[in-house]
Design a protein around this ligand. Structure first.
Ligand SMILES: [Zn+2]
Length: 267
């Protein structure tokens, strides 16, 4: 890893110095041929570890529910190797997997995409959130997301970005609000739309998109409650997925909790 990502401010916590570069979208989300094109940002060790923990789980599980052809290829080529190394997850999926639905653990997608939104905020606009700001994400049904399209179309923006990584394996759109440079909205389509067995707001599981926001706490809270009729999550903590009593992956190394070492890339 070159100097480019060291000794800066970590874009995820905005507090600690960065020690390495992190792929905003884990390389494992994509097939090998696309991995060179993924954006990278400076990260500290702590944030990197928690994010890698979430990524290891999601890059194994999400291809189960993908609609995109790459997710089929990922599913048949990469996922079995990942599962071989993680007997517990393998068991969990074997019990819960039913056709096109994913037995998804709660509390993983949201914190990961809050990380992703912060990473993209820096990648596209060079902004790192402060203590007065926050980021949050939510999984919503694609067919119920018309109001989001409306917001994306109507919001008066200072800038907009659209990206397509891995020929449709991962697409996203972001808009930066006029009033605050750090106020951004994001929507993500992963593997052409995911089909979940159950999410808190989607018991029937139809193609889902992921929506995320960053921005100053107060205006963001207003926005969130007006759109979702609920309070902005204070902090989306990584909940204990392994049932081992640890609240998140931060207290254990990813290779310990998942049985494999996170793939790392040069330079
Ligand atoms: Zn950090």
């Amino acid at each position: 890893m070159g100097k480019k990502y060291k000794g800066k401010l970590c874009v995820y916590c905005g507090k600690r110095p960065s020690v390495t570069g992190d792929h905003v979208f884990a390389r494992k989300f994509c097939l090998d041929k696309y991995r060179g094109y993924l954006p990278q940002v400076p990260t500290c060790d702590e944030c990197n570890r928690v994010k890698a923990y979430l990524e290891h789980y999601l890059t194994t599980v999400l291809p189960f529910g993908g609609q995109h052809r790459d997710s089929q290829e990922t599913f048949s080529t990469l996922v079995p190797k990942r599962l071989e190394k993680n007997a517990k997850l393998h068991r969990e999926l074997r019990i819960g997997y039913a056709g096109d639905k994913i037995p998804l653990r709660e509390g993983h997608i949201e914190p990961l995409f809050a990380f992703v939104a912060k990473g993209l905020l820096w990648h596209h606009w060079g902004i790192t959130l402060t203590d007065d700001d926050c980021a949050a994400a939510i999984v919503i049904r694609n067919d119920g997301a018309g109001f989001l399209s409306h917001i994306f179309t109507k919001m008066s923006a200072r800038d907009r970005v659209v990206a397509n990584l891995g020929e449709g394996a991962l697409t996203y759109e972001g808009i930066q609000a006029k009033d605050y440079a750090q106020f951004t909205l994001w929507r993500f389509l992963v593997y052409g739309g995911l089909n979940f067995a159950e999410t808190p707001r989607d018991p029937n599981g139809k193609h889902c998109i992921i929506f995320a926001v960053t921005g100053p706490r107060a205006p963001l809270a207003n926005f969130w409650s007006s759109v979702f009729k609920e309070e902005l999550p204070a902090a989306q903590e990584v909940i204990d997925a392994d049932g081992d009593g640890n609240k998140n992956g931060a207290t254990e190394r990813p290779e310990d909790c998942c049985g494999v070492r996170e793939e790392r890339s040069g330079p």
